[in-house]
Design a protein. Structure first.
Length: 181
């Protein structure tokens, strides 16, 4: 069975423009790593494991791949990839302001039946982003050529619940006429 049911979905439509739709299955034959091997073969994919006190496996594991939006920044250059099309922007201030502007257009409807995190921008902010917040003198050369920041938005997220031994496959219905976030 898919959740939410149709009447509940219609009621949620007035609360935001991203509504989670999910199905729960048993996780008795699947692990986060085996699912990641099956799903995470794209260029942009992730497996987030929660750990408590540095030793114990936490309650949830999160998997995503094939994002509908990728945000990359390198110095003042931003690249936004949507549905395979790349858009290049230049900024003079913090590139994360552009990400905030993109994210401001989306209001996710939360569900008590899903973990507090059930989708959103996944990624990193590298050390070199500090130049937008503090004045630094750069002496090191950039030999790795990695983005200063990279975030992605997955349309579908796989959530392992290690306590209940279940998997929730969550996709977002987009209600504002946009094709994707």
């Amino acid at each position: 069975m898919y959740y939410p049911q149709e009447k509940e979905f219609e009621a949620l439509a007035g609360k935001g423009n991203l509504i989670p739709v999910w199905r729960e299955i048993l996780a008795d034959l699947e692990t986060p790593v085996s699912a990641f091997i099956k799903l995470g073969q794209g260029k942009f994919s992730y497996l987030l494991e929660s750990v408590e006190k540095g030793e114990q496996l936490g309650r949830y594991s999160f998997l995503g791949s094939d994002p509908v939006l990728v945000f990359k920044s390198k110095r003042e250059r931003i690249e936004i990839i949507r549905q395979g099309k790349s858009e290049i922007l230049r900024v003079e201030k913090d590139p994360l302001d552009a990400l905030k502007k993109i994210m401001a257009g989306y209001k996710t409807v939360n569900s008590a039946e899903l973990p507090r995190f059930s989708g959103g921008a996944i990624g990193y902010v590298g050390y070199d982003m500090v130049r937008f917040w503090e004045e630094i003198h750069e002496k090191n050369r950039d030999d790795l050529n990695l983005p200063d920041s990279l975030f992605m938005l997955s349309h579908t997220l796989v959530i392992f619940d290690h306590i209940n031994h279940t998997i929730k496959v969550v996709s977002y219905a987009i209600l504002d006429g946009k094709e994707s976030p």
